[in-house]
Structures are given as C-alpha cells and as structure tokens.
Design a protein. Structure first.
Length: 224
C-alpha cells in the first residue's frame, strides 16, 4: 500500500477496542460469562449481518444476569491490552500524534481496562451501559447514527467528524463494526474480519498482528 509522507502534518490515529487495543473481544467474553442462554443466536445473527449491533445489544443486554461489581471484577482479571498498545499510546503522545479509541462496545469495561493500565486520560467513543437494580443491563447509544441505524456507535461519523481537523487519519481495526469507518480513513491497518473483507474487495490496507507491528510500519513510513 503506497502512503504519502506527511512531515509536520497533524495526524490522528483511531483504534478499535475489542480484539484490537484490547487483546481479546472483551464484550463477547462478558456475554459468554454472564448472559443467559440465547445470546449466542443473537451473536450469530449479528455476525451474519442479519441485524445491526444496536438491535443485537438491546437483546443481549436483557439476558445479562450480573451486578456491575461482578462484571468489573471479571474485567480486571481478564481485560488485557494488546502487549504493545500502552507503549504505542505513549509514543504517539511523544511524537505529537493524536490517538483515540472508537468502539461499538460498552463504556464501563473500556474505562475499567484503561484505568487498570494507567490510561485513564485516553479519549474514547462507545456505547453507554446502564446498570439496572435487578442485575440486568440496558444500553444507550450516544454515538448512534439515525440515518443508518445499524451500529450502536457510528464510527464512520466519528471519522468524518474529525476530517477537517487532521491532514492524515489512520484507522486500526479488526471486525464488522470497522468496515464502513475504515473506508473513510487515509491509511488502514487491518486484521481478521476487516482484513479478509478488504482483501476480497481489493481495498488497500496494511496487515498487522499487534501494535508492535503497527509501530514498526509507521516508523518505516517516517510517521513516528
């Protein structure tokens, strides 16, 4: 993938969370641990693109049977970041690159992981978890796009919303919720579902396994 050099230009890096900044799909792991029977079929419908994440979240959240404290304890024990993400974040700060996280996951577990790794100042966009007295969960969607209505967090709108402020937008992702947003970026790092989709459709992207790979490639381009 050919990339222009951008000396002295303002650069934004937008990264997905589940399976990207976070080493695992933490949202899916939480559902496996705390949701009642039936969530797997909802997840299958989402993966088959039969329903959007907003509808899927509404249905799966109602199947959660756990308190906020129980889920936070699970997150602290299992919410490991990609091994290179913390160093990558600090490198971006040193080099003057802005970095933000865009997620179709839930704010409470993203915030807990970042705080657990001393990254509480990292800005992120996500869906909002509402904990109910009966140990069930509801979800609000502050970044919802009413014109599309599929994703809870419209990552495409977030990319477009930053376009006028930056000379170069780099997108890092791995899954279905990244497909549309990545097309609006100038440079895409992709793996798993996102990479396979881009490869099959002939869209330009750079493969990666972890943030160490991404750092090496950006250094080779002279961007960090």
């Amino acid at each position: 993938m050919e990339v222009k050099h951008f000396p002295d230009k303002k650069i934004l890096i937008l990264s997905d969370f589940d399976g990207t900044a976070c080493a695992i799909d933490l949202g899916n792991s939480l559902f496996q641990r705390f949701a009642c029977e039936g969530w797997q079929e909802i997840d299958r419908s989402y993966s088959a693109r039969e329903v959007g994440s907003r509808d899927a979240y509404g249905r799966v959240a109602a199947l959660i049977r756990a308190s906020k404290e129980e889920m936070l304890a699970y997150i602290r024990a299992n919410g490991a970041l990609d091994p290179g993400f913390r160093d990558f974040f600090h490198l971006c700060k040193i080099k003057g690159l802005d970095i933000k996280v865009v997620s179709d996951g839930l704010d409470f577990y993203i915030n807990a992981v970042f705080e657990n790794h001393d990254l509480g100042d990292l800005e992120f966009y996500s869906n909002h978890a509402v904990f109910l007295p009966d140990s069930t969960l509801a979800v609000d969607f502050p970044e919802f796009n009413g014109d599309c209505r599929r994703c809870g967090t419209c990552k495409t709108a977030i990319v477009k919303g930053h376009r006028g402020q930056y000379d170069l937008i780099i997108y890092i992702g791995d899954s279905y919720s990244d497909l549309c947003a990545a097309k609006e970026a100038d440079l895409v790092f992709a793996k798993d579902v996102l990479y396979e989709n881009y490869r099959q459709n002939g869209n330009p992207c750079l493969p990666y396994e972890n943030f160490g790979d991404i750092e090496s490639q950006l250094r080779g381009m002279g961007l960090v």
